[in-house]
Design a protein around this ligand. Structure first.
Ligand code: XMP
Length: 530
């Protein structure tokens, strides 16, 4: 199991979230952190008593989950959770297991008087509590977000009802003596209006957290940790041009200065101007030692004749490792490899339900390197979510333009060009991508969109320009909104915008005579085409 406990922030209050497998557990962590409180998510079955005690949480939140507490082998919270004298907040499944473990009763759908509730619902607030104080008044009718079949039917001793809904007579319960609270709805979801304030009342008022966890404090503590970890050893960091690796590099440089060398491999599959931007930010702006390796010929010849998407990804991954290893040798005696691993990757790798069981795509990043290279890892951001990384970048004074960049995949333009990769097609795609993004930026839409890019299709279509027949490539445009890249919706551009981009592409990019817009969401599509 990954080292979750070692990630704690010793000088700050901690909240522990025990995960029972809900789709929205990460949102609980987001809300808690937004209120300035450090928290971690641990799978319920990988948290033993000693570990929980040594984490020293000021409060514990039990997440929702897909199971029924009425199942024979239903997951439950370790009993230490209720014995430590710290406040506990059970959400949905978390409420139900708390009730059952403390001697109350949960009913299944067939026996319940109310019905299932999925989506928007309303609760009637019938009593006061520390969690609702200043947020929900007694007598109010409040919107929440529900997703449950079972519900609590009998309360354990010491509990009273704070709010009820049609489908859940015990939608909100409290035992103020022991500071145990339970809600059937999901306060972490935005559709529960003021849910964030309810969670804040739990962490601040009930648990007494001070809310002093900020990006500035994270930055200072990370710097101290990095120095303690690496001493005077040399560290290398692979740069991709993306936000995660860039912020990692800048943070490391602040911690250890010239002990850090960054390696940027130009695969020849980059967007127009990408390499120049990375080099200028790191070498010129920050003065960070940087190896800029132009390996474009190696990659292009290595990929020649390959059209299969998985084969492309594998070849690129292998070539990347070869080039990286080669560069690393030049930084004689490096003992550490810095990586921009984020918290969702850590959670995914230890989740009790596991990550996706089917390989949809072999993602390529530097993750495969350490074992091969015998380097120890430095992962200063393994406690952060993507937008916290952006905040950290801001705290480090990085240019806003760099921080807000859309994600760009390791295999680059190779996976935006179904079929064979050629220098000619890469050139067309680069030009098309530049025009498309230029229009998006000019229209002020860049920050509303998670990711936008052009795809060059391996088909030619017939057209007419002037009085001549054309027979050229088709370009597909993609733009999606998303919060984490796991699911996505296509961006609803105005027709006028699409027409403008189409006209510019056909006029300005030789080799394209037809433009389409991809309106597939994820699932069933993926964001990239390959
Ligand atoms: P998909 O296409 O799987 O993409 O929906 C989800 C997000 O991941 C990015 N992506 C990658 N990033 N190496 C990366 O570093 C990869 O191999 C890779 N493949 C996809 C993609 O751009 C999107 O943001």
């Amino acid at each position: 199991m990954a080292d979750l406990a070692g990630a704690a922030q010793p000088s700050h209050d901690h909240i522990l979230i025990l995960d029972f497998g809900s789709q929205v557990t990460q949102l609980i962590a987001r809300r808690v952190r937004e209120s300035g409180v450090y928290c971690e998510i641990w799978p319920f079955n990988q948290a033993d008593d000693a570990r929980i005690r040594s984490f020293n949480p000021k409060g514990i939140i039990l997440s929702g989950g897909p199971r029924s507490v009425l199942d024979e082998d239903a997951p439950s919270a370790p009993s230490v959770v209720f014995e430590m004298g710290v406040p506990v907040f059970g959400i949905c499944y978390g409420q139900q297991t708390m009730v059952q473990q403390l001697g109350g009763r949960v009913e299944g759908l067939e026996k319940s008087s109310g019905g299932r509730e999925f989506g928007r619902a309303f609760v009637d607030v019938i009593d006061h509590s520390s969690i609702t104080a200043g947020v929900w008044d007694k007598g109010a009718h409040e919107q929440v977000w529900m997703s449950h079949g079972d519900h609590v039917a009998d309360l354990p001793e010491g509990f009273r009802v704070i709010a009820k809904s049609e489908g859940a007579p015990y939608a909100f319960i409290a035992d103020t003596g022991r500071k145990f609270y339970g809600v059937q709805f999901h306060p972490e979801v935005v559709h529960t209006l003021n849910g964030k304030d309810l969670l804040k009342n739990f962490t601040h008022e009930v648990c007494g957290c001070s809310g002093d966890w900020t990006m500035q404090s994270f930055r200072e503590e990370s710097i101290a940790k990095i120095r303690a970890q690496v001493g005077d050893a040399k560290v290398i960091c692979g740069l991709s041009g993306g936000v995660d690796s860039s912020v990692t590099a800048v943070l490391l440089h602040e911690a250890i200065g010239d002990q850090l060398t960054c390696i940027y491999v130009d695969t020849g599959l980059m967007r127009a101007g990408e390499s120049e931007q990375v080099v200028s930010l790191f070498r010129d702006h920050y003065n960070i030692p940087l190896i800029h390796e132009d390996a474009s010929e190696k990659f292009l010849s290595g990929l020649e004749g390959t059209a299969d998407p998985e084969m492309k990804r594998k070849l690129i991954g292998t070539m990347f490792i070869e080039v990286f290893e080669n560069c690393a040798k030049r930084v004689g005696g490096a003992k550490f490899l810095a990586q921009g691993t984020l918290y969702p990757d850590v959670i995914e790798s230890v989740s009790f339900t596991g990550g996706p069981s089917v390989t949809i795509k072999s993602h390529h990043n530097v993750g495969g390197l350490p074992e091969k290279m015998d380097l120890k890892l430095v992962e200063p951001m393994r406690e952060l979510f993507k937008d916290e990384v952006r905040d950290l970048g801001r705290a480090l004074g990085m240019p806003e333009e760099f921080i807000r960049r859309h994600p760009f995949p390791g295999p680059g333009l190779a996976i935006r060009m179904p079929g064979e990769i050629t220098a000619e097609k890469l050139e067309i795609l680069r030009k098309a991508d530049t025009v498309y993004l230029d229009e998006i930026k000019k229209s002020g839409l860049y920050d509303e969109i998670w990711q936008a890019f052009a795809v060059l299709l391996p088909v030619r279509s017939v057209g007419v320009m002037g009085d001549s027949r054309t027979y050229e490539y088709v370009c597909a445009l993609r733009a999606v909104t998303s919060t984490d890249g796991m699911t996505a919706d296509y961006y609803p551009f105005e027709h006028e915008f699409l027409s403008r981009v189409s006209t510019r592409l056909i006029n300005e990019v030789q080799g394209i005579n037809r433009v389409t817009y991809d309106i597939t969401s994820k699932p069933p599509g993926t964001i990239e085409w390959e």
